[in-house]
Design a protein around this ligand. Structure first.
Ligand SMILES: [Zn+2]
Length: 335
C-alpha cells in the first residue's frame, strides 16, 4: 500500500487497525511461547532457557523477551476463563505487557523472599486492580503493598566499549565487609574506588574458583600416577581390572571441563546449535552410568542443569521436571 496516497483520516484508521493486529499477534505469541515451553522445544533446539530461545531464535531484545515470558507465565497460572479475559484485554489495549510482567516479577519476588505466596484469587484481585493503571502507578501500588519491592533491582548498562555501569543495593553487613577490604588494601591503594575493589576481589576469587584459571600444582615424582593412568582412561578398562564407580575422578573432571571450556556441550542434532551456557554446569555420563557407562574422559560431557534434566527426563520417560537428584555432579571448582 502506498501510504502517501492516504489522507489523514485514512492514515489514522489504517494505523489503528494495524496496531489492533499487532496486539492480537502479541497475545498469540504468548500462547505460542507457553506451548514451546510446555514441550521443552527451546531445550531441544540447544537453548538453556526460554529467554535465550526468544532472544537467539526469535530475535527479541532482552527486555522484549522478558516482558513476553513473564506475562505468559502469569497468564498460565490463571483459570481458563480469566486467562481468556486477560488475553481479550491485551487485544483491546486495556492491559499492557509491561504491567503483566511487572506483576509476575512481584509475585515471584514475594514468593522467593518468603514474604507471601499469592493464591490464584489473590493474583486475580491484584490484576484487576492494576489493569487500568499506568506503569508508574503499578510500581507505586506494588511498593505500597511490599516496600521491599520498591528497592531498585540490580542493573547493568553498557556505557562505552570497555565500561559498564553496575547498579546494585547491598545491606549494611556487606557494606561493612567491603569497607574493611578497602582498609586492608589501603597500603596498596589508599583511595581505592568500589570499582577497583571489585576488580581486585574478582581476580583473587577467580584464581581460587575458576577451573579455567586454576594453575595446577606440580606433582611430586611417583605421586602423579592417576594422571598417567588417565592417558589410557579414554579407553574403558576391562571390568575385572577396576571397580566401576559412579564418582568421576577429579582428573577426568578437570580435563572434561577444560576441553569444553566450562560450557554446556548439548548439541541440537537438527540445527547443530550447541547450547554453550556457562550457568549451572554439571558433569554427565554420555552413555548413562546406570546402563554401564564409565567415568572416562570420552564418556563425560558438560551439560547445563536444564539440558541434564531434559536428558534425565527422556531416559526415565518423565515429562515433568524432577527435583535435582543427589547424583548430579555440579561442575564446580572441586578438582
Ligand atoms: Zn545447555
Amino acid at each position: 500500500m502506498n501510504l502517501k496516497s492516504l489522507n489523514e483520516l485514512e492514515l489514522v484508521a489504517y494505523t489503528r487497525k494495524t496496531v489492533e493486529k499487532e496486539r492480537r499477534a502479541t497475545s498469540e505469541v504468548l500462547r505460542l511461547l507457553e506451548e514451546i515451553e510446555q514441550r521443552s522445544i527451546h531445550l531441544k533446539r540447544g537453548y538453556a532457557s526460554l529467554h535465550a530461545f526468544a532472544v537467539g531464535e526469535l530475535r527479541y531484545s532482552d527486555a522484549a523477551a522478558a516482558r513476553r515470558i513473564h506475562s505468559m507465565r502469569l497468564l498460565k497460572t490463571l483459570p481458563i476463563e480469566e486467562k481468556a479475559s486477560v488475553e481479550h484485554k491485551i487485544n483491546q489495549g486495556e492491559v499492557h505487557l509491561s504491567n503483566l510482567s511487572t506483576l509476575q516479577g512481584f509475585f515471584v519476588q514475594e514468593r522467593k523472599s518468603g514474604r507471601k505466596s499469592y493464591s490464584t484469587q489473590d493474583k486475580l484481585k491484584l490484576l484487576k486492580e492494576i489493569e487500568s493503571k499506568s506503569y508508574r502507578e503499578v510500581q507505586k501500588r506494588l511498593a505500597e503493598i511490599s516496600p521491599e519491592f520498591g528497592i531498585p533491582q540490580e542493573k547493568e548498562r553498557i556505557l562505552t566499549s570497555d565500561r559498564s555501569e553496575l547498579k546494585l543495593v547491598v545491606d549494611e553487613k556487606t557494606l561493612r565487609k567491603l569497607k574493611r577490604l578497602k582498609e586492608l588494601r589501603s597500603h596498596v591503594n589508599p583511595a581505592m574506588s568500589y570499582a577497583e575493589l571489585l576488580d581486585w576481589m574478582s581476580d583473587e576469587l577467580l584464581k581460587r574458583v575458576d577451573p579455567l584459571q586454576k594453575v595446577r600444582k606440580p606433582k611430586k615424582e611417583g605421586i602423579g600416577d592417576q594422571e598417567t593412568s588417565e592417558a589410557h582412561a579414554s579407553t574403558p578398562a576391562p571390568e575385572r581390572l577396576r571397580a566401576r564407580v559412579r564418582a568421576i575422578p577429579n582428573s577426568i573432571k578437570r580435563r572434561a571441563y577444560l576441553r569444553a571450556q566450562g560450557r554446556c556441550e548439548y548439541r541440537d542434532a537438527h540445527s547443530a546449535k550447541v547450547c554453550g551456557s556457562t550457568h549451572l554446569i554439571q558433569y554427565d555420563h554420555v552413555f548413562p552410568w546406570s546402563k554401564g557407562g564409565e567415568a572416562v574422559l570420552d564418556n563425560i560431557q558438560l551439560l547445563c542443569a536444564q539440558h541434564n534434566q531434559r536428558k534425565s527426563n527422556r531416559l526415565t520417560g518423565s515429562v515433568l521436571p524432577r527435583r535435582q537428584s543427589s547424583t548430579v555432579q555440579p561442575a564446580i571448582a572441586d578438582f
